[in-house]
Design a protein. Structure first.
Length: 211
């Protein structure tokens, strides 16, 4: 798969934007630890460093597979995608529930597509909620359904067009590059994406092998 320079730049911008906060918090915590203070302040600084380090590490692990070559490895399937997403997502805002088969032979690239689809649907939940995943595999073909439920959950017409790789009249930015990237990965691995909003506060993204 090849990307034009603009897409590469926007993906890098998105990644760096998400990492600035936890990395900056680590620096703040280290500064507090270097200052003279009481034991309570020192403990707070240590907790800040530990939590921020864990957050930064989880994001890097997830983006390494979502955006990098690690996600193309045959061993990276749906289970791994869910694991990295759960570790990186804010569980206090979005709860990720997953129903996966106990044994499955996931096609190469499915885990990477699924992880990017999760990142796309999380953005549909501005006030948080529950993201439910159901995935299946049979005879080397796989499919998934992601249902976002929450207050104001839903996607915009532009998001639907970007998932379909229609950029006409839409300026790509670091804020909307995720659905377009998901569409590119789906097209590359020959998956068809389908969207629906059956009720207020419910939005669904499905992916299956193209006929």
């Amino acid at each position: 798969m090849t990307f034009d320079l603009q897409i590469l730049e926007l993906v890098c911008s998105r990644l760096c934007h998400d990492l600035i906060s936890p990395v900056g918090a680590v620096g703040n915590g280290l500064e507090l630890m270097a200052e003279e203070g009481d034991d309570e302040l020192l403990q707070d600084a240590r907790r800040l460093v530990e939590s921020s380090t864990h957050r930064a590490s989880a994001l890097l692990q997830m983006y390494r597979c979502a955006y990098g070559n690690a996600g193309n490895q045959p061993s990276f399937g749906a289970g791994e995608a869910v694991k990295f997403a759960r570790e990186a997502l804010d569980s206090n805002r979005v709860e990720l529930r997953a129903d996966l088969p106990a044994v499955a032979d996931w096609p190469q690239g499915f885990g990477k597509l699924l992880l990017n689809a999760i990142l796309t649907t999380v953005e549909w939940m501005p006030r948080g909620g529950v993201l439910t995943l159901a995935a299946s595999e049979a005879d080397g073909k796989a499919a998934f359904g992601l249902t976002a439920e929450g207050q104001q959950a839903g996607y915009s017409p532009d998001v639907a067009r970007l998932l379909a790789l229609d950029r006409t009249g839409i300026e790509l930015t670091a804020h909307n590059i995720q659905p377009y990237l998901t569409g590119l990965i789906a097209a590359h691995h020959k998956y068809r994406l389908e969207l629906s909003q059956p009720a207020s506060g419910i939005a669904i993204l499905q992916g299956r092998t193209a006929a």
